[in-house]
Every structure is written in structure tokens, then in C-alpha cells.
Design a protein around this ligand. Structure first.
Ligand code: NAD
Ligand code: DAU
Length: 356
């Protein structure tokens, strides 16, 4: 069995579904079910004994200790986090709590648990920490993509909290010998992404005939990775990564935000034409995000060289699948757009003036 934290969120749930589609090794899924956690995403696993779901907080040491003692997992795959940069600007406290204190709590629990294991199981135990490329800071137009050796220069409360958690993970290996692995991944997109991040928000807004908010001049660059490619990278790192090492994961897909939004509009024009006219008419430049990082790009050669991983999807294949998935799942979209979602939209976009 493996323990997955945050397995009801976007990437975690995709990982759980993918894992159980390929293996009968059970998953213990610990998730607090914040606004971002959604058991509907895991509906296909109802009644499946291979998936044990526990609603709980990674900051709750007694709970984590009990789960480790009762289920004796061979690995922890740690996704649980506050993950949205804009929310971290509005309210950073939850990010420090879950991302820093929560990771600390898991590391301490894992260290104690590991010491109770017999030698063979102890040697095989792994703590895989899922992190982000945002810890490296922002690139200029001519800078080389982020390698694993890049200095950390986090700029947002979100990325600073993730950087802090990465440092804790590193220290628990260096000082206590905990067999940790860290992945630093670029922007993910795909099915079941809560509609607060750029791609999911733009698809959902376009289908509702609402403005498509583009921050600033729309020329910020992100390196997009289809979520199942990320899930496969995590499986490879868990199976064959070297403890203490970090692995950058990216899609080799640098795009400006405005290009991404226009691509989505073009796909929707083809797949769900609107009687009102092309979806690009909804594009609205709004006031920029404070401290907005200009460019991220990942050098994913280490994971390719050492573990043979490369993304299978191009941006063109992945974004088409993604748009089609949202078209095919209107009920899932309706269900996540709860009252809390509407409050967030009002808080983040309500007083954003028209921008560049
Ligand atoms: P998400 O926000 O969709 O999901 C986070 C999950 O964690 C939710 O299910 C939530 O309920 C759970 N959670 C939050 N606080 C918790 C707590 N205190 N205890 C237990 N569970 C808690 O996030 P995501 O996009 O799936 O990201 C997953 C991980 O991958 C995060 O660590 C994030 O930093 C990292 N990451 C995300 C991306 C991306 O593009 N989304 C890219 C690189 C890395
Ligand atoms: O790089 C990996 C990171 O990618 C992950 O660690 C984070 O968890 C994830 O949220 C994501 O962070 P970003 O800030 O890059 O993603 P987001 O989808 O919020 O924004 C992508 C780009 O689009 C960014 O330049 C801001 C812009 N944007 C975003 C939103 C929500 C807009 O222009 N309009 C919007 O409404």
C-alpha cells in the first residue's frame, strides 16, 4: 500500500485513478477536502476496496501517526497543498500552515514510522514530495530553462511556502537519512482541474459566455504539461529515483498566456460554436497579478536521461483532449461551482479593472 496525501485534488486524483488503472496495490488517500478537494472526481472508485479514503488534515500528527501504524504503507506520495498563487496573495496564512507545517508534520511522522520498520522495508521506504517549478523564480526571455541546480528564488507566498517545504524535505534526508525524493513540475492541465487556474477557468467561462480574464499584457510564459504525463513521471521517480535527488518535470511546451487562451477559443469555435460569434470576443485584459512571474520553463533532461521519462502529449493533443473533457462533463463543472467558488470569483476578479 502507498499513502497519498491530497488525492482528491486535481493532480492527486488523476494520480490515484491512473495508479489503480494499472496496479492492484491499494492507496490510502488522506485529504482534508478543502474547496479544491472533490470526491466526485473519484466516483469511479466507489466500492473499490483498493481505495481507502480518509478525510483529515496533514497537520494532524496523531492522525498521521495512526494511519501509518495501521496501514503500514511502503511509501508516501505527498500532493496535499494550497496550490493557487492568486489565493496565496489574498490569504497567505493557509499556505504556510498546509505547505510548510503540513509537510513538516508528515516528515516527522514518516521519520518516526520508518524507524519502526524492519530493515528490508526501511530500505525500500520512500517519501516523494510533489513540488513546483515556481520555487526557482522567474526567467528572462533569453535565460536557459530551470535545471535542478538553479538557485531558489520564490516570488509569491505560494512559491515561498513550497520552497520552504522543499528545504525541509532536503534537510530530513541530509540530517536524518529519510529516503526522500522531490519532483519540481511545470504547469499542469487536463481533466478534473478546479476552474480557478488559467486553462480550466477559461474553458468554463467561455462555455458560460463570461469574460476570459487575461492578466496584464498576456505575454507571461508557462511550460504546460498534460496531467497524465506528470502522473507517469511520479510513478517513475517513485519506482527508480535516487533518494535525496530532485527531478524537474516539464512539457517542453512554452506558451504565452494569450496564445493559450486563443487556442482554447479556436478549439471551442470548432467543437461547440457559439451563435453569438467567436469565443475570442470574450478575451478581456485585466489588471495584472501582483509580483507576476514573467516566464517559467523546465529543463527536463535529467529525468529523461536517468529514468527514461518524456512527455507523451504535445500541447496540441493535450489541450484538445482537455477541452473535449470539459465539454463532456458539464455536471462535474456545475457541482464544483458551489457558493465558495462564487465567493472566490467575486474576491479575485470583482475589483480588477481592465488592464493592458
Ligand atoms: P489542488 O489544489 O487541486 O489539490 C490540493 C488537494 O490537497 C485538495 O484535494 C485539498 O483538499 C488537499 N488539501 C489541502 N490542504 C490539506 C491539508 N491540510 N490536509 C490534507 N489535504 C489537504 O492542487 P493540485 O493542482 O492537484 O496540486 C497538487 C500538488 O502538486 C501541490 O503540492 C502543488 O504544489 C503541486 N504542483 C501543482 C501544479 C499545477 O499546475 N497544478 C504544478 C506543479 C506542482
Ligand atoms: O508552475 C507550476 C504552478 O502552476 C503550480 O505550482 C501551481 O500550483 C499552479 O497554480 C500554477 O501556477 P500559475 O500561477 O502559473 O498558474 P495559473 O493557472 O494561476 O496562471 C497561469 C498563468 O495565467 C499566469 O501567468 C497567470 C495567468 N492568468 C491566470 C488566471 C487564473 C490569467 O491571465 N488570468 C487568470 O484568470
Amino acid at each position: 500500500m502507498i499513502l497519498v496525501t491530497g488525492g482528491a485534488g486535481f493532480i492527486g486524483a488523476n494520480f490515484v485513478l491512473d495508479w489503480l488503472a494499472r496496479s492492484d496495490e491499494p492507496i490510502l488517500n488522506l485529504d482534508l477536502l478543502t474547496y479544491a478537494g472533490n470526491l466526485e472526481t473519484l466516483a469511479a472508485l466507489r466500492g473499490d476496496a483498493r481505495h481507502v479514503f480518509v478525510q483529515g488534515d496533514i497537520c494532524d500528527r496523531a492522525l498521521v501517526d495512526r494511519l501509518l501504524a495501521d496501514y503500514r504503507p511502503r511509501a508516501i506520495v505527498h500532493f496535499a497543498a494550497e496550490s493557487h498563487v492568486d489565493r496565496s496573495i489574498h490569504g497567505p496564512a493557509a499556505f504556510v500552515r498546509t505547505n510548510v507545517e503540513g509537510t513538516f508534520t508528515l516528515l516527522e511522522a514518516a521519520r518516526t514510522y520508518c524507524a519502526t520498520l524492519e530493515a528490508g522495508m526501511q530500505a525500500a521506504f520512500r517519501f516523494l514530495h510533489i513540488s513546483t517549478d515556481e520555487v526557482y523564480g522567474s526567467l528572462g526571455p533569453q535565460d536557459p530553462p530551470f535545471a535542478e541546480t538553479k538557485t531558489y528564488e520564490p516570488n509569491s507566498p505560494y512559491s515561498a511556502s513550497k520552497a520552504a517545504s522543499d528545504h525541509l524535505v532536503r534537510a530530513w534526508h541530509h540530517t536524518y537519512g529519510l529516503p526522500v525524493l522531490t519532483t519540481n513540475c511545470s504547469n499542469n492541465y487536463g481533466p478534473w482541474q478546479f476552474p480557478e487556474k488559467l486553462i480550466s477557468l477559461v474553458i468554463v467561462n467561455a462555455l458560460a459566455g463570461k469574460p476570459l480574464p487575461v492578466y496584464g499584457d498576456g505575454l507571461n510564459v508557462r511550460d504546460w504539461l498534460y496531467v497524465t504525463d506528470h502522473c507517469r513521471a511520479i510513478r517513475e521517480v517513485l519506482a527508480r529515483g535516487t533518494p535525496g535527488e530532485t527531478y524537474n518535470v516539464g512539457g517542453w511546451n512554452e506558451k504565452t498566456n494569450i496564445d493559450v487562451v486563443r487556442t482554447i477559443c479556436t478549439l471551442l469555435d470548432e467543437l461547440r460554436p457559439s451563435p453569438e460569434g467567436g469565443y475570442a470576443r470574450l478575451i478581456t485584459h485585466v489588471t495584472d497579478r501582483p509580483g507576476h512571474d514573467r516566464r517559467y520553463a523546465i529543463d527536463a533532461r535529467k529525468i529523461e536521461r536517468e529514468l527514461g521519462w518524456r512527455p507523451a502529449e504535445t500541447f496540441e493533443t493535450g489541450i484538445r483532449k482537455t477541452v473535449q473533457w470539459y465539454l463532456d462533463n458539464p455536471q462535474w463543472i456545475a457541482d464544483v461551482q458551489s457558493g465558495a467558488y462564487r465567493d472566490w470569483v467575486a474576491a479575485n476578479y470583482g475589483d480588477r479593472g481592465q488592464g493592458a
